[in-house]
Structures are given as structure tokens and as C-alpha cells.
Write a protein that binds this ligand. Structure first.
Ligand SMILES: NC(=O)c1ccc[n+]([C@@H]2O[C@H](COP(=O)([O-])OP(=O)(O)OC[C@H]3O[C@@H](n4cnc5c(N)ncnc54)[C@H](OP(=O)(O)O)[C@@H]3O)[C@@H](O)[C@H]2O)c1
Ligand SMILES: [Zn+2]
Ligand SMILES: [Zn+2]
Length: 352
């Protein structure tokens, strides 16, 4: 059944160009939270999706999955949230609730997980994302945003932040200093550097150019910066890293990076590269390396990263823009011209 009418910005075809679009949210159910969207981050996955590069896209599509909003209505059975609360929604808005993944706080891997947009919700409605004036979300997929955290700083944590935090969390409590590599210093990568440093890791940024060196070392606090095409520097790093957080969104050779790992080192692939990635078996075997994927994080981990961020007093680098800049923002993100995340001021963009 249809609920309130809202305005979002939608892509209509694989050109990915976004323009205003009116649609109806689903009717507010007893366990739903309705939020007025304040800010929404711009993730490279949004670009993959509006261009139909991954998960075949149904148009019109309203992207946006780093959503911070104010609660404006709650269903009768909602106990966790009240009107006026600042809340966050990330990449998923549903899962089965019954399977092993759901029962062990790994609902992002549930085979019936419902993406925030470009997915069919349990009631048959089509999900639309946070580049919209409001959203309806089941309370189990909503996190609390602490008062100390500004909503625009909170937004990128809901996807990029938890994507970096979830695989890195396993190193908490390590007795030795973890040697980290962050490959690709974009939205996810720069949060990866900040989170890894806050966890006490020794962080090397591996970038495609020298342009972010100064910022990485001074503002983000990385320990070391190298350009992937510099073979002398890459050679010096051989056999040293405990892990590499690979955030690169375009085709690249994993076998160029495997030699950087120490014994039993790990590459966490989080970049959703549309093409197959390659590596040689011996690069993996010698050194007992592993290549693993990681998809966002659970709702519990999303709440954890928000709290971790506040506890550690971290500050990310974002560029806040209005909705009518969003096409330009995508264009600039594709050209690797953003420091380091665009966040759309949705409430300040007069969508209605
Ligand atoms: N697994 C998950 O759950 C998850 C969650 C969020 C995002 N993702 C995926 O992770 C990837 C990164 O997302 P993001 O939002 O961080 O992207 P982004 O802000 O565009 O950053 C990507 C970075 O990769 C590097 N890069 C190297 N070659 C590039 C090229 N040809 N074009 C663009 N960038 C290039 C750049 O860093 P340098 O300048 O340092 O080289 C760039 O800043 C995307 O594929 C996205 O879909 C996955
Ligand atoms: Zn499930
Ligand atoms: Zn994302």
C-alpha cells in the first residue's frame, strides 16, 4: 500500500544522469521508522549502480545509502526510536531474520538481504535510496547517531566507514603492531586509514599517484605513502604487510599486491570491480596469503563504528554539496577528484 509522496533524484537509464523524481514510500508499518533525510553520502557503488555496472539496475533508481535523517514518525511497535532522534541507514533495509547469518549478527550476508535501493522489499514494493526527502525503514536496520557527531560527518560511516571497520575489527586486541596497507585513497580508503590508525596500526597508503601524499601523511596521519607504479618503493614493501584493504573500484592486478604481504597476510577486497580480478596461484601459495571479500558490516558493527568514531574523536574529510550538484559530484568522483567523500545536504536542497 502506498504511503507518503516524496521527491528524490533518480537515474532513468544507464547514462546515470540524476533528475528530480516523485514517488510514494511504502505505508508506515508498525515496526517502521520514517525519517526526513538530512544528509546522504555519495559512494562509488552508487555510480556503479546508476550506470548498471553491477546488480542489474531497475530504473528509475534513486541511489544513496549513507543516509542520516531525523525521525518524523514511528510505527506503533517501535520502541528503539522516537520522533526527533537522529538516525542512520546504510546499505541494507531488510533480511530474513531467520537464517544463521541473521541470527549471528551477520545479516549483510543473508541470502534474502534487501538492499536500500534497487531491490524488492518484503511487501513487493521497490526500494529507493537516500537521495530523497524521506525514507521508511524497518527499525532493525536503523542505527542511532550520537548527539556529539554532526549528521554530515556521520553519513559516510554508514557504508564506507563500516566497510573499512568490519574486516579490520579482527585485529583489535592484537599484541603486535599491525602493518596495514590501504590501496586506493578514496571514500572508503581514507576512512580505512583513519580507522586503522585509531586501532594503532602502522598504515601505508598505496595510491595511483603522488597527488594525495601530503594529505595522507599530515591530515590523515598515515605512516607511509607510496605510488603503486613505483617499483623500487613497492619492492621495499615486499613481505611486510599483515593486510591490504583493497578499495580500488576499477580493474587491477591482485598479483601486483600479493608480494607485499607477510606470511599469512590478507587482502580484503572491498572494491566492487565489475571485471574479474587476477592473481597467480603461486603468489597466493607461497606465503599462505588469503584474498577475502568483505561486504559492508552488520547493523551491530554499523552502530559500533559510529560509537568508535566518537570515542576516538575522529574527523573525516568531506565536501558537502547540494542535490543539484550530484551529477557533477559523480563526474568528479569518477575522475578521482574528491577529498574524500561528497555528502549531499538533502534537507538543505529544497526537494519538495
Ligand atoms: N564491499 C563493500 O561493502 C563496499 C562498500 C562501499 C564501497 N564499495 C566499493 O569500493 C570501491 C571504492 O568505493 P569509494 O566510494 O571509496 O570510491 P572512491 O571514493 O571513488 O575511491 C576509489 C579510489 O580508488 C583509487 N583508484 C585507482 N584507480 C582508480 C581509477 N581508475 N578510477 C577511480 N579511482 C581509482 C583512487 O585512489 P588513489 O588516488 O589513492 O589511487 C580512488 O580515490 C567501489 O568499487 C565501491 O563500489 C564496496
Ligand atoms: Zn537471513
Ligand atoms: Zn556503499
Amino acid at each position: 500500500m502506498e504511503g507518503r509522496k516524496v521527491t528524490g533524484w533518480a537515474a532513468r537509464d544507464s547514462s546515470g544522469f540524476l533528475s528530480p523524481y516523485s514517488f510514494h514510500l511504502r505505508k508506515t508499518g508498525p515496526e517502521d521508522v520514517v525519517l526526513k533525510v538530512l544528509f546522504c553520502g555519495v559512494d562509488h557503488t552508487d555510480l556503479h549502480q546508476i550506470r548498471n555496472e553491477i546488480h542489474s539496475t531497475t530504473y528509475p533508481l534513486v541511489p544513496g545509502h549513507e543516509v542520516v535523517g531525523k525521525v518524523i514518525e514511528v510505527g506503533v511497535e517501535v520502541a528503539k526510536f522516537g520522533v526527533g532522534d537522529t538516525v542512520g541507514v546504510g546499505c541494507m533495509v531488510g533480511s530474513c531474520g531467520e537464517c544463521l547469518c541473521c541470527k549471528t549478527n551477520r545479516e549483510q550476508y543473508c541470502s534474502n538481504m534487501v538492499f536500500t535501493y534497487n531491490a524488492i522489499y518484503k511487501d513487493g514494493s521497490f526500494t529507493q535510496g537516500g537521495f530523497s526527502s524521506a525514507m521508511v525503514v524497518h527499525q532493525n536496520y536503523v542505527v542511532k547517531i550520537p548527539e556529539k557527531l554532526s549528521p554530515e560527518q556521520a553519513a559516510p560511516l554508514l557504508c564506507a566507514g563500516v566497510t573499512a571497520y568490519s574486516p579490520l575489527k579482527q585485529f583489535i586486541g592484537s599484541k603486535k603492531v599491525i602493518k596495514a596497507g590501504v590501496l586506493g585513497l578514496g571514500g572508503v580508503g581514507h576512512l580505512g586509514v583513519l580507522i586503522a590508525k585509531a586501532m594503532g596500526h602502522h598504515v601505508t597508503v598505496i595510491s595511483s599517484s603522488n597527488s594525495k601524499r601530503e594529505e595522507a601523511l599530515t591530515h590523515l596521519g598515515a605512516d607511509h605513502f607510496l605510488v603503486s607504479s613505483n617499483s623500487t618503493e613497492m619492492n621495499k614493501l615486499k613481505n611486510t604487510l599483515d593486510y591490504i584493504l583493497d578499495t580500488v573500484p576499477v580493474k587491477h592486478q591482485l598479483q601486483d599486491y600479493l608480494p607485499l604481504l607477510g606470511v599469512e597476510g590478507k587482502i580484503f577486497v572491498v572494491g566492487a570491480v565489475p571485471e574479474p580480478l587476477q592473481f597467480s596461484a603461486s603468489g597466493l601459495i607461497l606465503g599462505k596469503a588469503s584474498i577475502s571479500g568483505s561486504f559492508i558490516g552488520s547493523i551491530q558493527e554499523t552502530q559500533e563504528i559510529v560509537e568508535f568514531w566518537v570515542e576516538k574523536g575522529l574527523k573525516m574529510m568531506i565536501e558537502v554539496v547540494k542535490m543539484d550538484y550530484v551529477n557533477k559530484a559523480f563526474e568528479r568522483m569518477e575522475k578521482n577528484d574528491v577529498r574524500y567523500r561528497f555528502v549531499v545536504d538533502v534537507a538543505g536542497s529544497n526537494l519538495e
